[in-house]
Write a protein that binds this ligand. Structure first.
Ligand code: SF4
Ligand code: SF4
Length: 291
């Protein structure tokens, strides 16, 4: 029987709502069962060694798994932002009887990882925890690596939450063809999933072009006047749709909020007001992101 190679994954959670993990666990095609237990790509199997919401173990025995994996060629997935305001805002395990700050552990694990995958907008760009006034000093994983002078490839999979395909597809490509096969945009997002504006493939685009705008929720027509950020948001939500292809934001009658863009939610706010034309260029270029 051919040997199956294990690709270890350590998944850390920073300041997060756990929605990114729940999104992955709800993956239908490819199923989470396949991701965790079968070969994701011929001859290669993801071995998720550490993922707090889905682990049976607890305490020192699971903390030891981190050290045991550190010598392997592993991928580090991080969801949630990293809080730098105080060392005890987020901790993971103990060393010599003292809590280990999440920022320290994330930097340490990133240093020896093959690559880092930032899962979700909080990890990729800071997201909701870093919104004004950012009381906990939350930053993206890229920002942490920049401050710690750690030069490591980071693939950003933003979304609030991201579609599970965006992570599984990226992991599969890395495992099958290598890191360099994943083409990313200037914000580190795989172009396979984040290469086109929502506005380009939105089913209401014909209404936009014809000047037919919804003036209230529930009305037919383009939602631009109701605050849709589809014209400045890069993701394949209209084609891919969520909940196993059931629906997506605009399909359900909500404007796109631009949840995959840097600076979400502050820079995209007010969410239910028409894009401020004066800020349009700022919205398009993606704002300040440390990478
Ligand atoms: S609903 Fe939004 S994404 Fe769709 S056409 Fe209108 S502005 Fe563009
Ligand atoms: S449609 Fe917009 S708000 Fe909804 S998931 Fe996609 S990028 Fe996020």
């Amino acid at each position: 029987m051919a040997q199956v190679i294990e690709v270890p994954v350590i998944w850390l959670q920073g300041a997060a709502c756990t929605g990114c993990v729940v999104s992955l666990l709800n993956s239908f095609s490819t199923s989470i069962h396949t991701v965790l237990l079968r070969e994701l790509t011929p001859g290669k199997h993801v071995s998720v060694r550490f993922l707090m919401p889905a682990m049976a173990g607890q305490g020192q025995q699971v903390i030891d798994v981190l050290a045991d994996t550190a010598g392997d060629d592993y991928l580090l997935v991080v969801d949630g932002s990293i809080q730098l305001g105080h060392p005890l805002f987020a901790t993971i395990g103990e060393k010599a009887g003292r809590e280990v700050p999440m920022s320290q552990k994330a930097a340490e694990l990133a240093r020896s990882a093959m690559a880092v995958v930032a899962m979700g907008t909080c990890s990729a760009f800071g997201g909701i925890p870093s919104g004004h006034p950012n009381p906990t000093g939350a930053v993206s994983i890229s920002e942490l690596l920049a401050r710690e002078k750690i030069n490591k490839p980071v693939i950003n999979i933003p979304g609030c939450p991201p579609h599970p395909d965006w992570l599984i597809g990226t992991l599969t490509a890395v495992m099958r063809y290598g890191l360099d096969a994943v083409k990313v945009d200037e914000l580190g997002r795989p172009t396979e999933f984040f290469g086109a504006l929502i506005h380009e493939t939105c089913p209401r685009r014909a209404d936009f072009d014809a000047g037919k705008f919804a003036r209230a929720f529930g009305q037919p027509g383009c939602m631009y006047e109701l605050g849709c950020k589809g014209p400045v948001t890069y993701a394949d939500c209209p084609k891919r749709m969520f909940n196993s292809g059931t629906n997506w934001c605009i399909g359900a009658g909500s404007p796109c909020h631009g949840c995959v863009e840097p600076g979400f939610p502050d820079r995209l706010s007010p969410l239910y007001e028409k894009i401020n034309e004066a800020r349009l260029e700022n919205l398009r270029v993606g704002g300040a992101v440390s990478r």
